[in-house]
Ligand binder design. Structure first.
Ligand SMILES: NC(=O)c1ccc[n+]([C@@H]2O[C@H](COP(=O)([O-])OP(=O)(O)OC[C@H]3O[C@@H](n4cnc5c(N)ncnc54)[C@H](OP(=O)(O)O)[C@@H]3O)[C@@H](O)[C@H]2O)c1
Length: 286
C-alpha cells in the first residue's frame, strides 16, 4: 500500500523507539491515521540502543518530537527518564507511549486499553467473567490490569515461572481490595481442571509463535463455550484448536491496532475510528 505524506515546515514528528525496530508495524498504521484524520504529522522508526535511551528521551524535548511509542526492550527502562507517569504505568510498570507537551514528558500504557477494546468485540460485558491468563510477562501485566478494571470475577494465572505471577498479584494489591479472591495462581498442570471454571482463555506467552512450540496444555480440552484470545498476531495452534471447537476467538491484531489508536488519540485528541478495518486488512494481506 502506498502511504504518501505531505510534509512542510509545520509537520509534527512522532515515532517509535525500539531495538530492533525494523519489525515494527506501527509506522505503517500510524501514518495511515495521520492521513485519514488530515493531521499534519509524520511517524518514523527510531532504532535506539539501550545505552542511548536516556539521550533519546532528552532528544524529544530538544527536537520537539511530539510523541513516541516505546517497544522492546525499552518499555520498563523508559519510565526512569520521563517527568510523569499515568496511573496504569504505575501499576503495570511499563510504558508504550510517551507524550511530549512543551518539554514535559508523560508516560502512558495503552496495551491494557487495546486488549480490553479488542476483547469486547467478542465479549461486550466482562464484569463477572472468569478468565484464565497464560503467562505473567509484560503483556500479561497490562492485560490483568485491564481485566481487574473491568470487574471480572476471577483471574487464574499460570506461568512457567510462578514468582512472576506472584509479583503481579502483590503489585496489584492496591488496585483491588479483594485481590486474594480475584487472582489465583495455578500451575500449568492445573490448567486443564481450571478450564471448567472459566469463560475466557488468554494466551500472553510467546508459545505458539513457532509452529513446533510445545502446547501449553491439551488444546483438545477447550470447550465450544470458551472465548479464546491469543495476543500473538497470527492464528496459533491454540486459536486453530479454538476455531475447530466452534469457540469465539481472536488473535493479537485487535489489541495491536487499538493500542496504537489510543496512543494516536493521546497525541492528537482524535480517535481514528475509520481506520480500524483498513489497518486490519493491511495486516491480513501482509
Ligand atoms: N497483540 C499485541 O498488541 C501484543 C502486545 C505485547 C506483546 N505481544 C506478544 O505477547 C507475547 C509476550 O510478550 P511480553 O512482552 O509479555 O514478553 P515477556 O515479558 O518476555 O513474557 C513472555 C511470557 O512468555 C512465557 N514463556 C516464554 N516461553 C515459554 C515457554 N517455552 N513455555 C511457557 N511459557 C513461556 C514467559 O514465561 P516465564 O515468565 O516463565 O519466562 C512469560 O510469561 C509476545 O509474543 C509478543 O509479541 C502482543
Amino acid at each position: 500500500m502506498d502511504l504518501i505524506c505531505k510534509l512542510d515546515g509545520s509537520t509534527d514528528v512522532y515515532g517509535i523507539f525500539g531495538y530492533p525496530v525494523k519489525h515494527s508495524k506501527s509506522p505503517t498504521f500510524q501514518t495511515l491515521f495521520f492521513q485519514k484524520t488530515n493531521i499534519n504529522g509524520i511517524y518514523v522508526p527510531f532504532e535506539v540502543k539501550p545505552e542511548n535511551l536516556q539521550l533519546a528521551v532528552k532528544s524529544l524535548r530538544a527536537l520537539n518530537i511530539k510523541g513516541v511509542n516505546v517497544t522492546i526492550p525499552h518499555k520498563e527502562e523508559v519510565i526512569k527518564y520521563v517527568n510523569d507517569v499515568s496511573k496504569e504505568v504505575m501499576y503495570i510498570g511499563a510504558s508504550n507511549t510517551l507524550v511530549n507537551i512543551d518539554g514535559f514528558i508523560k508516560a502512558f500504557n495503552t496495551d491494557a486499553f487495546g486488549f480490553i477494546k479488542g476483547l469486547k468485540q467478542l465479549e461486550p460485558e466482562l464484569a463477572g467473567k472468569k478468565v484464565l491468563v497464560l503467562g505473567a510477562g509484560g503483556a500479561s501485566r497490562a492485560i490483568i490490569y485491564g481485566l481487574i478494571n473491568e470487574n471480572v470475577e476471577k483471574i487464574y494465572i499460570a506461568n512457567r515461572t510462578p514468582q512472576r505471577a506472584e509479583k503481579i498479584k502483590e503489585d496489584f494489591r492496591k488496585l483491588h481490595r479483594f485481590i486474594d479472591e480475584v487472582i489465583e495462581i495455578i500451575n500449568f498442570n492445573q490448567v486443564e481442571d481450571t478450564l471448567n471454571e472459566v469463560d475466557i482463555i488468554v494466551n500472553t506467552t510467546s508459545v505458539g509463535l513457532n509452529e513446533d512450540d510445545k502446547p501449553l496444555f491439551d488444546y483438545e480440552k477447550i470447550k465450544p463455550e470458551h472465548t479464546v484470545v491469543d495476543i500473538i498476531y497470527k492464528k496459533t495452534p491454540l486459536l486453530q484448536a479454538a476455531e475447530k471447537k466452534g469457540c469465539k476467538w481472536q488473535d493479537g491484531l485487535p489489541m495491536l491496532i487499538y493500542q496504537g489508536m489510543k496512543a494516536f488519540e493521546l497525541w492528537t485528541g482524535k480517535w481514528p475510528e475509520v481506520c480500524y478495518e483498513e489497518v486490519k486488512n493491511i495486516f491480513i494481506a501482509d
